[in-house]
Design a protein around this ligand. Structure first.
Ligand code: BEZ
Length: 397
């Protein structure tokens, strides 16, 4: 039970996967922790919506390849707590126009980074991609790579594993339907108010996904971000033998279509007999998360269905079981993660660790460690210099 009298070591604002992973690591450090979630745990209203996410090693930047490698032992540690496989290791297939720079990066640059770090992968020609992976009608100049450690993350099982651990822990209290309405700091202690009660803590971790500015504005600053309400659909298998790895198609925009798509294998934990394919673009980015609806964009789904019809074998190109996921992204080209302390003009800013923007599912357990260290120690042993960009993206209001 949450305790209004207690001064917690840390209040985690945001009970999604990264918030739960932060609480998990705080509990391991025996830090008294309260997690506040504005909706219900496991809700489908933020960036963790949807049932699968890609785990991958290829990145154009060596530090990101290294981070993906470094996150593996953290996944293994979490896996030891669950009888359900958290990652279905089917490999990562990247293919497309070798010149294209996407939000995922560039195929050749990713090969160079993996070469530099000794990560094994197979380089592929267009013929090999079509023959071995069941894609069709690809332009001849397309190239690709296959990296065997890529996986489909079972997101519901990952969240459940963290939630089960935290619920059982004497160090963690969990409160749902508790939006934060006010934050004050007096004599080195934060008072965090919700509609039903106020709670006190020495440190804060702010990790509410796309709703980050609803919290930071209580501290008189906001994160400069754009919001993507991303569409996704399942496609029925017409060939029961068909299977795909996790994949991403690097293509130049075509007219109004961003023309980049990604997908998953058939997964045991959702819609068996169907395969999920999604566009990695939005027709209209949002300036505020409150503009999002849970309705996928029809045109984005139509482009995705056209891609499936033209380029994937063994699937009925009718989108089924559609969904959306809402993510806050930084306004730089590669949509880098932003992880930092609150600005120094915020009272107690150094005692507030923030995960502000970015695609992070593949790093969930490692980010929990990083944020818990930032909160407890005022620094992290992990090199986050590439993500510490609050000076650029946190703006006083
Ligand atoms: C995902 O795993 O959700 C994802 C993969 C590639 C691009 C965007 C999102």
């Amino acid at each position: 039970m949450a305790d209004v009298q207690q001064v917690y070591d840390v209040i985690v604002i945001g009970g999604g996967p990264i918030g739960q992973a932060s609480a998990y690591h705080l509990a391991k450090q025996q830090a008294k922790t309260l997690v506040l979630e504005q909706y219900t745990f496991k809700n489908q209203l933020g960036s963790s919506a949807g049932v699968s996410r890609q785990f991958r090693i290829p990145y154009p930047d060596q530090y990101m390849v290294q981070m993906a490698l470094d996150s593996q032992p953290y996944w293994d540690e979490l896996q030891a707590l669950s009888s359900v496989p958290l990652r279905d290791t089917v490999g990562t297939l990247w293919f497309g126009d070798p010149e294209v720079q996407s939000t995922e990066g560039n195929i050749k640059e990713a090969m160079d980074s993996m070469d530099a770090l000794g990560v094994p992968y197979t380089a592929l020609t267009c013929e090999q991609i079509e023959a071995d992976y069941r894609f069709s009608n690809l332009p001849e100049h397309y190239t690709g790579l296959f990296q065997a450690d890529g996986a489909s993350i079972n997101l519901p099982a990952t969240i459940q594993t963290l939630l089960d651990y935290n619920q059982a822990s004497e160090w963690v209290s969990l409160l749902e339907e508790s939006p934060v309405t006010d934050i004050q700091r007096i004599d080195g202690v934060f008072t965090v108010s919700t509609p039903s009660a106020s709670f006190q803590a020495r440190k804060l971790i702010i990790v509410p996904g796309p709703y980050v500015n609803n919290v930071t504005r209580l501290l008189h600053f906001q994160v400069d971000a754009t919001y993507w309400n991303m569409s996704s659909a399942y496609f029925k298998k017409t060939d029961p033998t068909i299977q795909y790895p996790t994949w991403f198609a690097f293509q130049p925009p075509a007219g109004a279509s961003g023309n980049q798509f990604y997908g998953f294998p058939e997964v045991s934990w959702d819609h068996p007999g169907y395969i999920r394919v999604a566009p990695d673009f939005v027709m209209t980015p949002l300036s505020d998360p409150n503009q999002a609806t849970q309705e996928p964009n029809e045109q984005e789904l139509a482009y995705t269905a056209e891609w499936v019809r033209n380029n994937m074998q063994g699937l009925d190109p009718t989108p089924c079981f559609t969904s959306t996921c809402l993510v806050a992204l930084s306004t730089i080209a590669n949509k880098e993660m932003v992880i930092d302390f609150a600005p120094t003009y915020v009272p107690g800013g150094k005692d507030i660790a923030i995960y502000a923007t970015g695609w992070a599912a593949k790093f969930i357990p490692l980010l929990g460690e990083i944020l818990s260290q930032m909160a407890l120690d005022g620094s992290t042993t992990y090199d986050i210099s590439h993500f510490q960009m609050g000076h650029k993206f946190f703006k006083a209001i």
